[in-house]
Ligand binder design. Sequence first.
Ligand code: WTA
Length: 670
Amino acid sequence: MAEKQFAGGSEAEIAVHWGEEQLIHPTVEFIAQANMTDASIYKRFSLENFPNCFKEYADLLDWYEYWHTTLDTSDAPCWKWFVGGKINASYNCIDRHLAKNKNKTAIHFVPEPIDERYEHITYRELYVRVNEFAALLRDFAKLKKGDRVTLHMPMVPELPITMLACARLGVIHSQVFGGFSGRACADRIVDSQSRVLITMDAYWRSGTLGDHKQNADIACGLAATDGQKVDTVLVWQRYPGKASSPTPMVKGRDHFVNELLKDFYGARVEPEKMPAEAPLFLMYTSGTTGKPKGCQHSTGGYLAYVAGTSKFVQDIHPEDVYWCMADIGWITGHSYIVYGPLAVCASTVIYEGVPTFPDAGRAWRIAQDLGVNIFHTAPTAIRALRKLGPDEPAKYTYNFKHMTTVGEPIEPEVWRWYYNVVGKGKAAIVDTWWQTETGGFLCSTIPAITPMKPGSAGPGMPGIHPIIYDEAGNVIPPGAGRAGNICIQNPWPGGFQTIWGDRDRFVRTYYERYCKNPKSKEWRDWPYMTGDAAVEAPDGYFRILGRVDDVINVSGHRLGTKEIESAALVVEEVAEAAVVPVAHEIKGREPDLYVALKPGFTPSRELEKKISDAIAREIGKIAKPRKVWIVKDMPNMRRVLAAISNKKDVGDVTTLANPDIVEDIRKMAG
Ligand code: WTA
């Protein structure tokens, strides 16, 4: 294979070892009930019918005013969809369902402790709680249209309630993954210029009620040092009226939401009629530099795209019980736990804790209890559940019609366990490939139309036209057996609008490489570069091989190598740091960290631990390296280190300034 050097070297190789898999068709029963069975959808969404084809998705929503321009390209490549349209996301996810479905469960909440009862929130109750909290945000926190507010919340119903209350007011929410550190939260507060932070005092994780309030104090302190003052911290209590965190409240700044809410009992807030292209939220993600990127998502285009894909790819019907096990702190949770499912009036499940707590049967018991029939998770979770309890699913009587895998490439062998054991050979599987930036799916099969192929995401979604370029910008045709950079030829409504406050970085990162004419206002000149490598089979199915840039996918979570390296450099003894991805049986990838010390310091176990702890403190536990290697000097070539970590041939090292060090490090890494 004549493809470029991939970071870590191993992504491409995994794929090379996979042969072509057979196509698997969904059951007759599945097809008989599916939302989308008309194969002409691909024709309707062909490039000839672009961009007007996306009206089909936008028409799934209720608009105050219809748009006059489907796609405005005048500020290329910052695309504007459905211009002239007025819409509110909170109204579309709640109010419009009340006439027919007010008593239906919108959210099933499953607390982690097994002795705590499930909570079932109807659409009517969601309406009440969102309205009251929106009134609090407006009248107490003084938030208004266009303001940004940072959320640092766990997996509890108060999180979607907060998001939807913001959306009701046109306030732009920026939810930071609950497992991220106070430092990471501070960086996002500063970048988005939030003066309000919304958090929760504590939450359950693996049997422990952890103190989360302390992260708010760290975040506010660090944000203030970096020039952004947070004047209001709204603290939801995990158990209203009961203290679950020992961290004291800061007078004048911190307020318990459940106490304030008493003043807003019965309040109703008219949804703001927002322009379709008004930002709905920011979602920060890792890139090639240390600074996370605030992906700015629109209201109308985004909601249309997630509603359409929830209906046609997730096959959600109002009577389904849908459980996506992702965290709402990631894009998957925003699009496919909250906005997409609620827009199509689903019952969506939110589970607070770890899927294997207290044992490998927990997930299947939840599915059985709630009658979940659509299940959505990541290869990492599938691998973990398979390892811990390969025969566990057969013990439960749940009945899935549909399952999703997302976030990482899935090995065909793991796919087959998912299909045969979890899905009991009946559930249709979609392998959905997409990104924080893209708002919704890019490649996937449509479950009743295109058959499944283990290990392949499938063809481009309707209206998404992928293309693979080699390094020189030539198109690699289907069936060429070569990998390249997968790009999307056209814009689509779910795509992010820009990087918050950094249009140059947006253009540089995603468009510069393959742009045909930087002055052009024509969308055809601006292919979107995803940063992933892929191969296209003769049948048009794409197999995604993984990132080609400095991003490591750990358990389906995106981490920047530079972010981890900068965190290591916070430790005063560290002079240089380099991170490489290492293959891991469950997590897919793990970071390995190499550091060289400043003169006068000596390596020790304690120092390794200090560095590892610093990374957990700076970013979050998910970024902790598998191993910290303290080396004498740094070969300064990630490729060489990755080869050593993965026990592969280091290749030609003669061009390095210090080739001898390579042998030293290799011996040390065993
Ligand atoms: C990877 C998550 C293979 C890919 C929605 C992408 C996948 C990155 C798949 C985005 C899949 C996501 N098969 N790889 N089905 N889905 N990826 O932004 O490398 O957290 O670029 O969005 O995950 O991760 P992000």
